[in-house]
Ligand binder design. Structure first.
Ligand code: HEM
Length: 480
């Protein structure tokens, strides 16, 4: 054997042993959870990324739980990490004051000074203004934009086509909606330029944070810089338009934030507003598009559920004038459709987990978690646990008929506690508006029944969900 290969093998064997001894010495008085930290920096990252990529992450978690129990240590995305599972763990992760909301090192580098990376008073201020913009009363004001974007998108991309690639279109749609709400930009070259850059940046959020040319992380940094420059320019233009009275505070996220700043409600700079706009554009695009994609996929195989949704949507349409946009009240009446969406979120959660960092040494179920370590909980583990959801692999929206029967912290697609997703009402509204028009206008079949999925980091059908379309003529009101 070549001496250099032998040396590399010895190193590969030696480093984890050395690391194990160092950790054992450093934390000799700690009762650390079972498990290994693996190779420095890399740890179990590659193995977890591979599992996410091949959509076998649920099995990966189960194998870990079987081997080490519900609390174990490992090292992912550059940090020593304690992996916790179950509703008690979810509650602990979402509500413990000594755990701070952290992102992977890659996210910190890519997202700037935003709600995702701030803490203390600065975080309180940012979260409060973002919540203000995403709260139901505000969504009710701009839901017409969602309606307009959905109708335009369907006319341009669905009508007249025999087959479409649904996942790609869903991404395009949710990206257009969030762009329209964040900076009011009509369809055009700016959206075109941003959409590819966002896809590259999102892929980089789960990369190993070493800035070497041509790596995912390096490409992510370059595109995040480009996105920031473009949004900074738009923010300045919106600021000028606002000062000249050419637009109002309710027009979009930029004008809303800039107006609040001039009223002294917050002290965020244009740079801060741009960084938070990047978070909104990122958080509000692939998450909802995954939900729409998998709703379409499940409904292709569930004719009874599709016909109940259609009944609900036809009823809503019959109470409106032709072409009248959907309102907040209309969306609030789409109760059955939302149950189907929740079942979709349970079975295919857009986010695979939540990460926090321990601010100080803490204890969980008799184990010590050292200060600075990462804590990671995976939502799919409780979502697919037969203890909380009977026959968990069955697609059954009826289980959301009585939501109080679902124990707390078992169904957490939007997280929980003080950092729960502030965009949940936004996501609900855009998904329901999209489903209203799709379900009334089309019937569809999967082109590939056995199409697999992968997470990168969001789940996606590998071929992008090609579907065969048939036009449906919505029926007249039976009493008209
Ligand atoms: C189906 C769609 C969505 C899902 C499943 C989802 C899920 C989540 C989850 C689980 C978290 C918390 C993560 C944690 O605790 O570790 C989160 C945070 C967040 N989401 Fe969503 N989200 C969705 C849509 C949206 C939309 C449409 C927006 C904005 C328009 C948005 C904005 C945010 C923001 C800003 C945060 C960070 C909150 C904070 O740092 O305090 N999300 N989301």
């Amino acid at each position: 054997m070549d001496a250099s290969i032998l040396f590399a093998l010895l190193l590969a064997l030696f480093i984890p042993i050395l690391l194990h001894l160092v950790i054992r010495h450093k934390y000799s008085s700690y009762n650390l959870p079972p498990g290994s930290l693996g190779f420095p920096l890399i740890g179990q990252s590659i193995s977890l990324l591979r599992a996410l990529h091949s959509n076998t992450d649920y099995q990966w978690y189960q194998d870990r739980i079987k081997k080490y129990g519900p609390v174990s240590k490992m090292s992912v995305f550059g940090s020593p990490t304690v992996f916790l599972t179950g509703p008690v763990a979810n509650h602990f992760v979402f509500s413990n004051q000594d755990l701070i909301f952290t992102q992977t090192k890659a996210v910190n580098a890519l997202m700037g000074r935003s709600i995702l990376t701030l803490s203390g008073e600065e975080l309180k201020q940012v979260r409060s203004v973002l919540q203000g913009f995403l709260k139901p009363e505000m969504v009710a004001k701009y839901i017409w934009k969602m309606d307009e974007e959905v109708k335009r998108h369907i006319d341009l991309n669905w009508v007249g086509n025999k087959t479409v690639t649904a996942a790609l279109l869903a991404k395009r749609l949710t990206f257009n909606i969030i762009c329209s709400v964040v900076f009011g930009q009509g369809a055009g070259p700016i959206r075109e330029a941003l959409v590819t850059d966002f896809a590259t940046m999102i892929k980089a959020t789960l990369s190993i944070p070493v800035n070497i040319p041509f790596t995912k992380f390096n490409k992510g940094l370059t595109t995040s810089h480009r996105i920031r420059n473009l949004l900074r320019r738009i923010a300045r233009e919106r600021e000028a338009a606002l000062q000249q009275g050419l637009c109002s505070s309710d027009d979009d996220f930029f004008t809303y934030m800039l107006s609040l700043r001039s009223e002294g409600v917050h002290s965020l700079t244009v740079e801060d507003i741009v960084d938070n706009a990047i978070v909104l554009l990122t958080a509000g695009y692939e998450t909802s598009s995954v939900l729409i994609t998998f709703l379409l996929r499940y409904l292709a195989n569930e004719p009874d559920i599709l016909s109940k949704i259609t009944e609900e949507q036809d009823e809503i349409a019959w109470n409106k004038r032709p072409n009248e946009p959907l309102t907040w009240d209309d969306v609030s009446r789409m109760k059955y459709t939302w149950k189907v969406a929740m079942e979709t979120l349970r079975t295919t959660s857009p986010l695979f987990g939540s990460f926090r960092t321990a601010l100080k040494d803490i204890e969980y179920q008799g184990y010590h978690i050292p200060k600075g370590w990462q804590i990671f909980t995976a939502q799919t583990v409780t979502h697919l646990d037969a203890k909380y959801f009977e026959d968990p692999n069955k697609f059954d929206p009826a289980r959301f008929g009585n939501q109080s029967s679902i124990p707390p912290y078992c169904f957490v697609p939007f997280g929980g506690g003080p950092r729960m997703c502030p965009g949940n009402e936004f996501a609900r509204s855009e998904t329901l508006v999209a489903m209203h028009y799709l379900v009334r206008q089309f019937r569809w079949k999967l082109c590939c029944k056995e199409e697999g999925c992968r997470r990168d980091p969001m789940p996606n059908p590998v071929l992008g969900l090609p579907i065969e379309l048939e036009t449906r003529t919505p029926p007249e009101h039976p009493r008209s």
